[in-house]
Write a protein that binds this ligand. Structure first.
Ligand code: HEM
Length: 503
């Protein structure tokens, strides 16, 4: 009897594997059948068998070189055909002109027991997304950014002090990524949650606790995010989460504590986003019969998206910016001179919002860093209705499409010698420039990065203060290795420079 059970079980397993194999094989003919150039897949993993051993950013960099002559090519995310677009004209069509065929992201949008992960602006799907976007966009007016910049400058002063204490006085090794993650975490705590805590000052910071929990790239955290972004079907089966229960509870408690205090004391502060998030909750038009928790969850999720969107991207950019400045002393001195002159002209101790916008060379250095090291290597969209991209390519509903930012940014025709870091490429750029869709670190179209101007200011205030106090000198290899567990670009080991005080 036992023998029969084992035999039946084996037949069952072999049948399942054979069916899956035939299914995958039929899928793997997808691009060939359509005459679209593609990368040969391997069984089960398609073209992503490298995941968790190598960063997606590095993979995209190599594959972009291989297919640089093509406007598009096919890949397989496991068995799922994926179209990758390398052309700025096609990017414009997908992201802007015909964006109604590509409203949502491909990535997994989370589940009910991850309300902050599933309802935030980044992951929420249409039609709820449009209401959220309309409610949140006005939070980033120029006048509010002016207020944020004051708070960012206070944290930038802390950042400069922390460098002095740890890296100069105590000669501790520098971990740029950690240092800048503390800075961006403190800034978010202040501007979004209205709490003046400081990881940089080594005080207890609830947000730093959450930041570490969220984006410490252990194997498991890397696996969760990798599945969420690249293999959403598996993320769904495994019910993976953006925010764990502990992080969700922590964010909720932190936010509600601030709200309670404000209600008790009657104090309000228009500089942070607490009141605006409360207004958002009051304005929401929810479908009849919605869960009573939904409005609360929607509000909290928008606060949480700052943790998700703002901390990693900006700290990665600051890390690579300092790394490149250390290797480019002439450009570093030019930046120092321009910031010094702007300070003299303003007559202030630190540059404020309008002063910072005038220092064109800061923008040029940041943009060139984002060109060479776009923190997010691709923009993902899901085709929601059949779409004729070119005469040859019909994108079917349900097909993910990735706009290849790395490929665009390393195109030699637009950026000669793309491996070279040259801020001169962006000498008169303004925050809204996308160089005719050849420069897309913040995405484009209706789903472009809502925190773009915030992120740029957060980087500007930090660099403007650091460059006045320190020279940056190389400390480590010129080529920074990308962390294979980090879902966006992140330097393995954090990256380092030597800080030399300016006398
Ligand atoms: C250096 C800084 C940053 C970079 C490089 C960056 C990059 C990006 C990119 C590439 C996207 C996808 C855009 C698209 O699909 O077209 C995005 C979306 C988004 N980012 Fe950022 N980001 C940065 C800072 C921030 C900050 C400070 C916030 C804080 C609010 C933020 C919040 C978001 C949100 C909510 C979305 C989703 C928008 C939507 O789907 O409507 N980001 N970001």
């Amino acid at each position: 009897m036992l023998g029969l059970i084992i035999q039946l079980f084996l037949v069952f397993v072999i049948t399942c594997l054979s069916v899956f194999y035939l299914f995958a094989r039929s899928k793997y003919g997808y691009w060939k059948k359509r005459g679209i150039p593609y990368e040969e897949p391997t069984f089960i993993f398609g073209n992503v068998s490298f995941l968790m051993r190598r960063s997606f950013w590095d993979f995209f960099y190599d594959i972009s070189k291989k297919y640089k002559k093509y406007d598009y090519f096919g890949l397989f995310l496991s068995w799922q055909p994926l179209l990758v677009v390398n052309s700025n004209e096609l990017a414009k069509k997908i992201l802007v002109k015909d964006s109604d065929s590509f409203q949502d992201r491909y990535s997994y949008s989370g589940v009910n027991d991850d309300p902050l992960g599933s309802l935030n602006l980044f992951s929420i799907k249409s039609p709820m997304w449009i209401q959220m976007r309309n409610e949140i966009s006005p939070m980033f007016t120029s006048s509010r950014l002016r207020g944020f910049t004051e708070l960012m400058n206070i944290n930038s002063e802390e950042l400069v002090r922390r460098i002095q204490k740890d890296n100069i006085d105590n000669k501790e090794p520098v971990d740029l990524k950690k240092l800048f993650s503390m800075y961006t975490s403190d800034t978010i705590a202040y501007t979004v949650f209205g709490i003046r805590v400081s990881a940089l000052k080594e005080l207890t910071s609830p947000l730093w606790f959450i930041t570490c929990h969220m984006v410490k790239w252990t194997f498991w955290r890397g696996f969760e995010f990798t599945m969420i972004f690249f293999l959403p079907a598996i993320a769904e089966i495994l019910k993976l989460k953006f925010f764990s229960k502990a992080a969700t509870d922590y964010i909720r408690q932190m936010f509600m504590k601030v709200v309670d205090e404000r209600q008790k004391t009657g104090q309000s502060n228009d500089k942070d986003l607490v009141n605006h998030l409360l207004k958002l909750k009051a304005n929401l038009k929810l479908p009849a019969g919605s869960d009573s928790q939904l409005a609360d969850n929607l509000m909290m999720a928008q606060a949480a998206v700052f943790v998700l969107g703002a901390i990693e991207t900006s700290s990665t950019t600051l890390t690579y910016l300092l790394h490149e400045l250390a290797y480019h002393p002439d450009e570093q001195e030019k930046l120092y001179k321009e910031v010094s002159e702007a300070l003299k002209e303003s007559g202030k101790d630190v540059l404020e919002y309008d002063d910072l916008l005038k220092v064109k060379y800061i923008t040029a250095c940041i943009f060139e860093t984002m060109r060479k090291y776009p923190p997010v290597p691709h923009l993902d969209r899901l085709c929601n209705k059949a779409y004729q991209l070119t005469d040859e390519v019909l994108v079917e509903p349900g097909t993910p499409v990735f706009v290849n930012i790395v490929g665009l940014h390393y195109n030699e025709e637009w950026y000669p010698e793309p491996e070279q870091w040259r801020p001169e490429r962006f000498i008169n750029a303004t925050d809204s420039d996308n160089n005719d869709f050849k420069f897309l670190p913040f995405g484009e179209g209706p789903r472009f990065c809502i925190g773009k101007r915030y992120g740029m200011m957060q980087i500007r205030t930090a660099i403007a203060q650091m460059i006045m106090k320190y020279k940056f000198v190389p400390d480590g290899p010129k080529q920074l290795e990308a962390d294979p567990y980090s879902v966006i670009l992140g330097p393995k080991g954090g990256g380092s420079v030597k800080f030399i005080p300016r006398t």
